[in-house]
Design a protein around this ligand. Sequence first.
Ligand code: BG6
Length: 482
Amino acid sequence: LEGSCLSIVVFGASGDLAKKKTFPALFNLFRQGFLPSDRVRIFGYGRSALTDKGLRDRLIGYLKPAKTDPRKDPSSVVKEFLDLITYISGLYDTVDGYLKLEHLISQHEDLKSGEKGQTRRLFYFALPPSVYPVVCRMIKQHCVNKRGWMRLVVEKPFGKDLASSNELSDQLGELFTEEEIYRIDHYLGKEIVQNLLVMRFANRFFLPLWNRDSIDNVQIVFKEDFGTEGRGGYFDDYGIIRDIIQNHLLQVLCLVAMEKPVSLNPEDIRDEKVKVLKAIQPIRDDEVILGQYDGYLADPTVPKNSKTPTFAAIVLRICNERWDGVPFVMKAGKALDTRKAEIRVQFKDVPGDIFRCQKQGRNEFVMRLQPSEAMYMKLVVKQPGLEMAAIQSELDLSYRERYQDIVIPEAYERLLLDILCGDQQHFVRRDELRRAWEIFTPLLHRIDKGEFKPLIYPEGSRGPPEADRLTEGIGYVRTYGY
Ligand code: BG6
């Protein structure tokens, strides 16, 4: 930021997302020196009538100074960060708040970079997408940066189906360029997800095996051990497919399945992801299982007769040379037995198996995104000792043990730093988004019309048993520990 200054505007500053994710991520960047206090100002914008102190008091409990902070007094780091924040109370569709915002930003810019210096403006939308178009219009009319870049950060849901998503993209696209728009999918900021390209393309032993000749099936699984917890109003409108599968899990699938990009240039990577999305076949009716947990309707924010799925298992099939015939099972559910997100790549049986390994289970490569990041390979070894028996064991890379001294950054922290650096690799491009909606919209419309009924499953269970039967039916061989 030498010779320039940065203004960060968080719209929806008094809301949940801002409090739990956006501000803590900014704080983490601040305490590591990425947001120097003599160059940066943060403006929280929201509808609530709050003072600067009111906002700061709300945030303080979410800002956790790291034990390893080089500065001596952790509370002073928090205070220094909070001092950077100014709150502006304003509506989203009237000019007054934006004029005030522009005035305060300009004041900061004149003070910090003089009249000729470079200025940078980052606008973070911690807002419901219904107000994105009006906020974009207001920014364009009243808060344009004339001396440097502007970047807009938007959060899902980007629409509810293909048509509404395209409409939103058009509205934003009329006002800002694709280079100015950062569509966050926070799964792309997770450590293990970011590791996928390195694992796949920097290791010789994966190269010849990562295809239909050796891989039998792939599962991408998201489980939460809690229900909607007061978010039922939002969730019921969207359901688990729009909330998790169409975005987070599909992004992970792209990285698992894509071809090697010609370089690490963000466009080269995103081009390859789009190719995978284009090769995904229409979803088959007999490869969809939906569920709803038995306590869902007891949530007072959920309509009493809701048929919204809180669980889904869906098989996706990629028609290309690498993956033809390999089912990818996407499974996501709320109120299940555990909290876990993982990728399971299951290999085919060994031909001519003299050790009867099939009985022990197959080779499997598992990447656990959370909780506690890990990658492990299930493989068959000789049981140690006198007996010549083949047993299943693991080659295990658990991050907590292996990288004890490294604090793994939060997804939002990493992604915000990317935005500041202008790196769009981990953000969803418009054509990716469109194709993601094309894949799921026909199914979603039929679910909305009531053509697919969710099966009721007990809270705290594995989900409907039919989902296990679906994964076993496509060839998944279950082994211990899963
Ligand atoms: C959000 C969903 O995108 O991701 C939530 O809207 C979900 O429903 C959350 O709980 C899960 O994120 P994480 O990082 O906790 O796995």
